[in-house]
Design a protein around this ligand. Structure first.
Ligand SMILES: Nc1ncnc2c1ncn2[C@@H]1O[C@H](COP(=O)(O)OP(=O)(O)O)[C@@H](O)[C@H]1O
Ligand SMILES: [Mg+2]
Length: 388
């Protein structure tokens, strides 16, 4: 069993707050991915869990026990680094068995356990080789085997795939998912790669400047990003974000911007004062923009078409005016051929539920709530409620 609880953990290096009051409850058997841009504190957070860094504040609990002061070797955790950190002069067999030898287990027992783990990871034929004679993927598996051999409660992995080429990375991703399923152990996995996070995680914790921006399943983060940061980090290309106005409308809300006029069927009262208007940031994912030649909610002119093979990215300058700001261009992702060319005037149809709204001041997601019936109509017309 390994349930990890990070209790308001912080780490300050000289002048840098690398990790800021992170609280995170990681259940036994989870595949939790720490995701975020370079320098956001992922490695520091993982090293804090491993005991390789001392927290400035906060506690770490493993199955309810405070392990904040335990040295790394006393924690029931195994760490796998990006660099593999194999001993070059030792064979694969000796590398894998190292953690058991240093714990002075009987030789027979070590040999059995090494053979068992090597079989699971397909390293049985390579036990006599030295690391120099292995491919990157094989070295990575030896590093994993060395972590597995002790049968730890949790695996901590820091970008373990980033030294592999694209093909091997995707194969190893699938292996790790299968391994996690087979072992049933807790995995805490650091990456800056959103594809790794989306495909492997049971939950993602997205970090931004040492803080947790959002924690949830991959679907929750992708479908209901809590902020413009999350919306802009996940998705390739990321969510289109643009300044817009919302005002109450007969069917709900109306979102307008240059070249955009979309009704949102959100549950607000139809009799609300239509003069009230609020500035927002509106967001639409590229794959949710459907190209149409009809008069539609979003109109513009094609400025570029990128061929991705199976799909095309269609860049469209919105509205009629000359481009003045970057947010006047939206990108749509469509199956190839999208059937449009540079210069074409096109429109997009968009499902009202695919329009996300954010507070321009805080960047936080907004929802609109129907005002309570005892409140005068109009008073809460555009009451923007940040999602907790
Ligand atoms: N040993 C250290 N001494 C000083 N600053 C550090 C140290 N380790 C990390 N940092 C700083 O802490 C921040 C977070 O670093 P890190 O955890 O490595 O980020 P990530 O793994 O997300 O790229 C960065 O600003 C980095 O420069
Ligand atoms: Mg790192």
């Amino acid at each position: 069993m390994a349930r990890l609880y990070l209790d308001a953990i912080s780490k300050r290096f000289a002048g840098t707050d690398a990790v800021r009051a992170v609280t995170l409850d990681i259940a036994h058997g989870e595949f939790l991915v720490l995701l975020g841009p370079s320098g956001c504190g992922k490695s520091t957070l993982l090293r804090l869990i491993a005991g390789l860094e001392e927290p400035t504040a906060g506690r770490i609990l493993l199955d309810g026990n405070d392990i904040s002061d335990e040295p790394p070797q006393r924690r029931d955790l195994a760490m796998v680094f990006q660099s593999y950190a194999l001993y070059p002069h030792l064979t694969v067999e000796k590398n894998i068995g190292f953690p058991l030898r240093s714990r002075r287990q009987p030789r027979r027992q070590i040999a059995d356990r090494v053979a068992e783990v090597a079989t699971v990871l397909g390293l049985g034929e390579l036990l006599d080789r030295r690391p120099a004679a292995l491919s990157g993927g094989q070295r990575q598996r030896v590093a994993l085997a060395r972590a597995m051999v002790r049968d730890p409660g949790a695996f901590l992995m820091d970008e373990p795939l980033s030294n592999l080429d694209a093909k091997l990375r995707s194969a190893t991703r699938a292996e790790l998912i299968a391994l996690h399923r087979r072992l049933g152990a807790t995995f805490v996995y650091v990456t800056h790669d959103q594809v790794e996070a989306m495909t492997m995680a049971t939950r993602i914790a997205l970090l931004n400047g040492g803080r947790i921006e959002q924690v949830g399943t991959p679907e929750e983060l992708y479908d209901r990003p809590r902020s413009t940061f999350v919306a802009g980090f996940l998705g390739s290309p990321p969510m289109n974000l643009f300044d817009a106005e919302v005002r109450p409308h007969i069917d709900g809300l109306r979102v307008t911007a240059e070249g955009i006029d979309a009704a949102l069927g959100i549950d607000v009262d139809s009799a609300i004062d239509s003069a009230t208007s609020t500035h927002v940031i509106a967001g639409i994912r590229p794959e949710r923009l459907r190209i149409t030649s009809d008069i539609s909610a979003i109109r513009g002119q094609v400025t570029m078409v990128e061929n991705l093979g199976s799909e095309e990215l269609v860049h469209v300058q919105i509205g009629d005016a000359a481009p003045t700001a970057a947010n006047r261009t939206v990108v749509a992702r469509a199956p190839r051929p999208a059937g449009v060319r540079v210069g074409d005037a096109i429109g997009f149809a968009v499902d009202p539920t695919d329009i996300h709204l954010f507070d321009p001041a805080t960047g936080l997601r907004l929802t609109w709530q129907r005002p309570p019936s005892d409140v005068p109509l109009g008073a809460h017309a555009t009451a923007a409620v940040p999602v907790p």
